[in-house]
Write a protein that binds this ligand. Structure first.
Ligand SMILES: NC(=O)c1ccc[n+]([C@@H]2O[C@H](COP(=O)([O-])OP(=O)(O)OC[C@H]3O[C@@H](n4cnc5c(N)ncnc54)[C@H](O)[C@@H]3O)[C@@H](O)[C@H]2O)c1
Length: 503
């Protein structure tokens, strides 16, 4: 028998999943109206599923709204989805310990409060785990089960079994700031904010680059507007507090300013974008050009690794003639580490990975950055310096257009925009895996199913190559000397040994 405490957005969704999985489900909320609204929501949700044949018509009979906490005493598992206030939740765990029997497993759906501290408030801490559902629970396929310091295997196993019975993909994470999914997803907004602060690009450019260059459904600023800038700011502050000031997780002064100005995102009508009824908050994305038209132009693509290999293939199929030596009309250095450029006056395009364009010291070159795999990539980032001549910039635009890419001009840095965001996602995943927060497979499952990323950071690191990821992080570290860009020990070791983060 399942008990659910708190009949709001999350509690009602969890109760719907419980009844649909065939469990007798008791739903409690101390606020009578909230209980009635929540129960009604569950009935509606189950009726919809019954129409689709996903559950029987009788599933709704498994739901029982209860007005007092005491009525939860016969449950085997109680999932708490009360408001996100530590003291309120600790009181609830204390009260549930009195109401429930010795073997009852108590779970919290908190997204930020340490499960270890909630377990500490229960009479039998070994029975306490986290069960972190994603919003809306009936639709989101992921469940993150969190192991507190005190959690017993039996409690973890029950949480996993119930999650599987509810039809979820279950991953297991150790307790800590943001658990596994929200922790590994943090660089998406954190690095986006850092790029905006440096004026590397505008917020709408960063979002467009993430959508068209990285295949994300939304860029970081659209996402922050959707979640609420105030909510994101509170999360960032809690990460800093729980980690005693980890530099990667520090909030951004931009968040503080936005909150102070009342620009909270969609809910306040204004965040990074303006939200006006009937008007889209951004323009539609352009279509990339059709590849082709190289017409025998000679090009030399230097470098090893997946990016250089794919660029050579794409150039060849766009009609370019590839040269390995001798005079050529264009030189592209696509290796993560710089190659000496061949003599001759051909325009030079260099991958900004291990250094920025300025750091490379190549007068007149154009910088670019792209992340493999290129099959879904529709956009290349380009950068230039004041000394870069117009013909070189035009040659870069033309080359990439003929390969089928849109171009976005941004400011100079190792990794440019997407490279910085994705390499920091990989880095955070490597820190989390190395610290035992979760497995590499669970990180990828968590970010694809929980945050709708186009691929997990581990899969991404395999497609990009760890040498490229490390080149960007070390390049940022060299040029900025900021601790937030230090590479995770596991990442460096895997790169040295030529292994995957999965090994
Ligand atoms: N909304 C999300 O996107 C999301 C995602 C994952 C996790 N969570 C977590 O789930 C929990 C619930 O969030 P929500 O969005 O459903 O909130 P909500 O405000 O929609 O619902 C909270 C419910 O708890 C009830 N409540 C108030 N005091 C209570 C008490 N003392 N005991 C029991 N219930 C009480 C309220 O009446 C309300 O119905 C929070 O811990 C939140 O961090 C939320």
């Amino acid at each position: 028998m399942l008990g659910v405490v708190g009949a709001g957005t999350m509690g009602a969704g969890i109760a719907q999943l419980g009844a649909a999985a065939g469990m007798r489900t008791l739903l409690h909320d101390p606020v009578p109206d909230a209980l009635e609204r929540g129960a009604e929501g569950v009935r509606r949700g189950l009726a919809k599923w019954a129409e689709k044949g996903r559950v029987g018509d009788d599933a709704v009979r498994l739901l029982e709204p209860v007005s007092s906490l005491d009525e939860l005493s016969p449950c085997d598992l109680v999932i708490e989805a009360a408001p996100e206030r530590p003291e309120l939740k600790r009181d609830l765990f204390g009260a549930l310990s009195v109401v429930c029997g010795d073997d009852v497993v108590l779970a919290s759906n908190t997204s930020s409060i340490p499960i270890t501290s909630l377990a500490g408030a229960a009479a039998r801490p070994e029975n306490v785990v986290g069960m972190h559902f994603f919003n809306p629970p009936p639709l989101m396929p992921l469940l993150e089960v969190i192991r507190a310091e005190q959690s017993a295997d039996r409690a973890l196993e029950l949480a996993q079994e119930v999650g599987a019975a509810m039809g979820k993909d279950v991953i297991v994470a150790a307790d800590g700031p943001g658990f596994l999914v929200n922790r590994c997803g943090r660089p998406f907004s954190a690095e986006g904010l850092r790029l905006l602060q440096e004026r590397a690009a505008t917020h709408d450019q960063i979002d467009r680059i993430c959508r068209l260059g990285g295949g994300f459904r939304m860029g970081p600023f659209e996402l922050m507007d959707l979640v609420g800038i105030d909510v994101g700011f509170e999360v960032a502050k809690s990460f800093t507090e729980l980690s005693f000031g980890e530099p990667r997780w520090r909030p951004s002064p931009i968040q503080a300013r936005m909150v102070a100005a009342g620009r909270l995102g969609r809910k306040s009508g204004r965040g990074y974008y303006d939200y006006v009824e009937g008007t889209p908050h951004r323009t539609d994305d352009p279509e990339p050009p059709e590849p082709g038209g190289g017409e025998g132009t000679t090009v030399t693509v230097l470098g090893e690794g997946p990016l250089a290999d794919t660029l050579r293939e794409r150039a060849r199929s766009a009609g370019y003639e590839l040269r390995e030596g001798g005079p050529t009309e264009l030189v592209v250095d696509a290796g993560p580490r710089p190659h000496p450029s061949p003599p001759g006056g051909a325009p030079l395009l260099v991958l900004c990975a291990a250094t920025s364009l300025a750091g490379r010291g190549e007068q007149g070159a154009v910088g670019f950055h792209l992340l493999p795999p290129l099959e879904e990539t529709r956009l290349v980032e380009l950068t230039r310096l004041p000394v870069t001549q117009r013909f070189a910039a035009e040659a870069a635009e033309e080359f990439f257009a003929k390969l089928g890419f849109l171009a976005e001009w941004v400011e100079d840095a190792p990794g440019l925009v997407l490279g910085r965001i994705v390499c920091q996602l990989v880095n955070e995943a490597a820190f989390a895996i190395g610290e035992g927060v979760g497995s590499a497979d669970d990180v990828d499952t968590g970010l694809t199913l929980g945050l709708s990323h186009p691929r997990g950071p581990v899969a991404w690191s395999e497609a990009i190559g760890l040498d490229h990821v490390l080149a960007v992080l070390d390049g940022l570290w060299e040029e900025r000397r900021e601790e937030r860009y230090r590479a995770a020990p596991l990442l460096r070791r895997a790169a040295r040994l030529g292994r995957s983060l999965r090994d």
